[in-house]
Design a protein around this ligand. Structure first.
Ligand code: HEC
Ligand code: HEC
Length: 278
């Protein structure tokens, strides 16, 4: 099994701490949408003390650790659960220590601070986004059909027909950056991320049996839980090193990959083009 950064990244990206029902996810989301100033304050202090040396006291990147506001793991976290699960194990082999002494309440405070910071960063980026008219729609169109390879999956007369009327420009840009999670949209029903078509999938192959492919509900060093979207069946396996074999695939890998290479101008041009599809 490949243990490169890409694998670990997308595995944890997809991780949902427990197989909770749609109801409890709905409740969690609802609670999360009200920022708790006290929790954010406590989380900020804790982060400054425990994580600041490596990730920066504002979490935007420090001496050795990455910018946590750009971490998919943090962005996908719900109320500190995924973050907590990650922190208890860490990635000691890559310089990220494990924090197994922190309580659930502390994990939740850290998450509150990080989610709030992400909100503020996103808002700051909105000012750039509102400059949307500076984008060159023609250049965006060329990228769409050419180097960006968007046209291999999308079409201005098919799935993107009227997309410029459907979303406000900033929402449109947000959807391009992070198309996962329609549940987060006002129109989308709250439901577990692993039931969405775009959920990260994995194929598990045991030495004896046939392989099973499903959306990742949970993937840790110790176990893997998959959900078969066509049957609603949930399966789990204990993991022991490379057994069973687990291969992760992200239907949105193209989006993840393209963004790492884009400039602000590319982003403006593409948004201007998509916004013109009224
Ligand atoms: C000694 C330095 C150090 C400390 C202290 C530290 N980290 Fe890290 N952290 C790292 C490094 C290095 C990585 C990147 C690991 C890798 O390349 O996979 C990382 C990765 C992470 C990631 C994963 C990012 C991603 O999406 O891949 C999260 C989340 C994280 N750290 C949170 C924290 C939090 C929260 C704390 C404090 C409780 C903390 N870290 C303390 C060095 C540190
Ligand atoms: C390999 C296939 C693939 C490629 C290439 C690709 N996308 Fe996507 N894109 C998807 C999938 C899958 C979705 C999720 C669709 C859904 O949830 O309905 C998506 C969603 C989106 C959305 C959100 C649509 C919505 O209604 O919310 C936007 C905007 C978008 N892509 C823009 C782009 C742009 C711009 C490019 C080229 C730079 C691109 N995509 C390249 C597969 C792709």
């Amino acid at each position: 099994m490949e243990r490169g950064r890409g694998f670990v990244f997308s595995a944890i990206f997809a991780c949902s701490a427990f197989a909770v029902g749609p109801m409890s996810v709905g409740i969690l989301r609802a609670q999360q949408s009200v920022p708790d100033a006290a929790a954010i304050g406590r989380g900020g202090e804790l982060l400054g003390a425990q994580c600041g040396f490596c990730h920066g006291t504002n979490a935007r990147g420090g001496s050795s650790g990455p910018d946590l506001t750009r971490s998919a793991l943090v962005q996908e976290d719900e109320g500190g659960r995924q973050l907590g699960e990650f922190l208890r194990v860490g990635r000691p082999d890559r310089g990220m220590p494990k924090f197994d002494q922190l309580t659930d309440a502390q994990m939740s405070d850290l998450a509150a601070f990080l989610h709030d910071t992400i909100r503020l960063v996103a808002r700051r980026n909105l000012y750039k986004i509102l400059d949307i008219l500076v984008g060159d729609a023609k250049a965006g169109e060329a990228t769409f059909n050419g180097a960006g390879r968007c046209a291999t999956c999308h079409s201005p007369t098919g799935d993107f027909k009227g997309i410029g009327a459907k979303y406000e420009p900033e929402v449109l840009q947000g959807r391009m950056v992070m198309p996962r999670g329609r549940a987060g949209l006002p129109s989308g029903p709250p439901r577990p991320p692993y039931t969405e078509p775009t959920a990260v999938k994995a194929t598990v192959t045991t030495p004896s049996g046939p392989s099973f492919t499903g959306a990742i509900v949970r993937l840790t060093d110790f176990d893997v839980v998959l959900y078969d979207q066509s049957t609603g069946q949930m399966r789990s396996w204990l993991r022991n090193g490379d057994v069973p074999k687990v291969v992760v695939s992200d239907p949105l890998q193209a989006h993840v990959d393209m963004l790492s290479k884009w400039t602000d101008a590319d982003m403006h041009n593409m948004t201007a083009y998509l916004a013109s599809l009224k």
